[in-house]
Unconditional design. Structure first.
Length: 358
């Protein structure tokens, strides 16, 4: 005879099993919808079949006679879904959109790093542009600092965040972790969970990747902030080389983008682990819009003792970028503090050895 404690434990076990079945079924339906066959009728039919089997398995939990048979069918179905999932493979050979058509890569000779295929499009609108790429050699010994760029378009919690490396004399190289989309493809956060985009590092001139967001994005418009990071410069060099290593790896072997695990901020955080004093994983790395606040809290923004609200106000660069437009010294102009003299520049790198690179 079952005791009340035994009955309670069994009920809890069925509840947990039911939750797993529901989650697995929901994942399976979405996987079929986003990564299933191209034929719409077949795709929706398969998704419907997954939903029906999952629902039947949930109902069967309360029916002793049918419980194990139905669960066996569900498990066979789930195994088939996993097999299909693992057959999805990333590729560098697709009909790519022009802005991500060319893969960057780099060659390293001591402190000299030659970056190939730096993007520098001449924009007339977000979708009307003249494509252009160039190669350039950078001397790691000349690296002066690293900046964080945060672009907002849908409230304070969501931002696209990327880095720009300052090599002095107006040389800035931006690196942005994004999706590599095919022609006719648009971005969807849900699709990003189901191996529908390859991972892509945009390596670009700031007149491209920043000006695109400040001057040409209109639907929706983006508000862009440029923050100076505070860290020993050697950590900046290590971070730059880690980015280069990832870029070269993707040039040889593609990987899938994931909306949660390999997005712009989690990718930046993973790269930062090359430095021993990197930040611990924090919820604000997932809620990417709060990354600047996180860095400020840990003393990693060049704040000059100002409140974060004031640092953020000064970091807003839309007006400066729109005024600079295609100027050759675009990078210098967007960094001119509105309260500083026109030729004034702030010190780029802190000497504090306790500071850590994000």
């Amino acid at each position: 005879m079952r005791t009340p404690l035994t009955r309670c434990a069994m009920a809890l076990a069925r509840l947990l099993l039911g939750l797993l079945i529901a989650l697995g079924g929901g994942w399976g339906v979405l996987m079929i919808l986003y990564a299933g066959p191209p034929d719409a009728l077949l795709r929706y039919s398969l998704a419907g079949a997954v939903a029906v089997v999952s629902l039947a398995a949930l109902i069967a939990l309360g029916l002793r006679r049918w419980r194990w048979r139905t669960l066996a069918v569900y498990l066979v179905q789930f195994a088939g879904l996993l097999a299909c999932w693992h057959r999805l493979e990333p590729s560098n050979q697709r009909d790519w959109q022009t802005d991500v058509a060319v893969l960057p890569y780099a060659t390293i000779e001591g402190d000299l790093v030659t970056v190939h295929n730096i993007r520098n499009f001449d924009y007339r609108s977000e979708t009307d542009f003249t494509p252009a790429w160039y190669d350039k050699r950078f001397d790691l010994a000349k690296l002066q600092g690293v900046d964080l760029v945060a672009s907002y378009w849908m409230g304070p919690a969501i931002a696209h965040v990327f880095l720009s490396f300052d090599f002095g004399d107006g040389d800035h190289l931006a690196m942005s972790i994004e999706t590599r989309k095919e022609k006719g493809e648009s971005y969807s956060t849900l699709k990003g969970f189901f191996r529908q985009y390859e991972l892509y590092y945009v390596v670009a001139d700031e007149r491209d990747v920043i000006r695109l967001r400040t001057n040409y994005r209109r639907n929706p418009p983006e508000e862009v902030y440029l923050y100076k990071l505070r860290a020993p410069i050697e950590q900046g060099r290590q971070l730059f080389l880690e980015y280069i290593e990832r870029i070269n790896a993707l040039h040889q072997q593609p990987e899938f983008y994931n909306s949660l695990t390999t997005n712009c901020t989690t990718g930046m955080w993973l790269n930062s682990r090359v430095n021993p004093q990197h930040l611990a994983l924090d919820w604000r790395i997932i809620a990417s819009g709060y990354v600047p606040q996180l860095l400020y809290k840990h003393g990693l923004l060049d704040s000059a003792g100002l409140s974060f609200a004031e640092v953020k106000r000064r970091a807003h660069i839309n007006a400066r970028a729109q005024a600079a437009d295609a100027a050759a010294d675009f990078s210098r102009r967007i960094r001119m503090d509105e309260q500083a003299k026109p030729d004034g520049m702030t010190e780029r790198v802190a000497d504090d050895p306790a500071a850590a690179q994000p």
